[in-house]
Design a protein around this ligand. Structure first.
Ligand SMILES: CC(C)(O)CC(=O)SCCNC(=O)CCNC(=O)[C@H](O)C(C)(C)COP(=O)(O)OP(=O)(O)OC[C@H]1O[C@@H](n2cnc3c(N)ncnc32)[C@H](O)[C@@H]1OP(=O)(O)O
Length: 257
């Protein structure tokens, strides 16, 4: 597929999407978001693909929404045009998406990373919601997702002061799943994606849906939801294959059925 602001490649069962606006620190303009969502839709529709990785450059995962594109909007254009709504596609993906973050992940860049299922960070990563310095606040989920990741106190400080968080603090506070040396970032993220893609796709999708449900419901409702999906798994061939393979001491061959 030919894109202008992203690079898209597949490696076996995994798609790698690289944000590629190097002169603008991968600022997220409408075209780039349209290309990312198009690529993700392709991943969702391709039964051979089981997971994706979104990454940027060494300098920047993404420095936020494109300020130059956004600066002159008036209220009606912002409200009616709702330029952020296409970004929601990332959080609505049913197949797993991993963010591999090096350099700046600011504003919409941090929000995009948080829409993914988990974040692996290079030692160089810097996260922040500096929108307050531009006379606005986060608008792509930052006040909500960051608070759920790191808690109210740290989220409030970052949103109200614009302070950036380095990789080690991001790991300590639960924003990222782990920090790796910068030159190992893509390899580690792809290895995680490949591992996921080798498991049963429907089971992975149900597990993702169940974890995400915990953000939206009570503990009792969430546990009931988990139990329904867990029971449903016994209607799949892959549950039989996974458990039979364990008993037979062999590697399971999942068929995504
Ligand atoms: C989605 C919402 C609603 O939540 C809103 C947002 O995301 S608002 C955007 C929030 N992000 C920011 O405020 C970060 C803005 N960028 C920076 O602070 C800096 O660029 C930096 C700290 C990331 C890097 O600084 P530095 O190394 O000094 O590079 P620069 O010379 O500043 O940048 C190089 C080049 O990139 C352009 N750039 C950077 N960020 C953006 C952006 N968000 N939108 C548009 N363009 C951006 C910058 O203007 C430079 O381009 P030129 O002026 O040289 O053409």
């Amino acid at each position: 597929m030919a894109y202008e602001t992203i690079l898209y490649e597949t490696r076996g069962k995994v798609a790698l999407i690289t944000l590629n606006r190097p002169k603008a620190m991968n600022a997220l303009n409408a075209q780039l978001i349209a290309e990312v969502t198009d690529a993700l839709t392709h991943v969702e529709q391709d039964p051979k693909l089981g997971a994706s990785v979104i990454t940027g450059s060494d300098k920047a995962f993404a420095a936020g929404a494109d300020i130059k594109e956004m600066a002159s909007l008036d209220f009606v254009q912002a409200y009616v045009g709702d330029f952020i709504s296409p970004w929601d596609r990332v959080g609505q993906m049913r197949k797993p998406v991993i963010a591999a973050v090096a350099g700046y992940a600011l504003g919409g860049g941090c929000e995009l990373a948080m829409m993914c299922d988990f974040i692996i960070a290079a030692e160089s990563a810097k996260f922040g919601q500096p929108e307050i310095t531009l006379g606005v606040m986060p608008g792509a989920g930052g006040t909500q997702r960051l608070t759920r990741f790191v808690g109210k106190s740290k989220a409030m400080e970052m949103v109200l002061t614009g302070r950036l968080m380095k990789a080690d603090e991001a790991e300590r506070s639960g924003l990222v799943s782990r920090v790796v040396p910068s030159d190992e970032l893509i390899g580690e993220a792809l290895a995680a994606a490949e591992k996921i893609a080798d498991f049963s796709q429907p089971i992975v999708m149900m597990a993702k849906e169940s974890v995400n449900r915990s953000y939206e419901t009570t503990l009792a409702e969430g546990v009931r939801f988990e139990r329904r999906l867990f029971h449903a798994m016994f209607g799949t061939e892959d549950q039989k294959e996974g458990m039979d393979a364990f008993v037979d001491k062999r590697t399971p061959q999942f068929k995504n059925r």
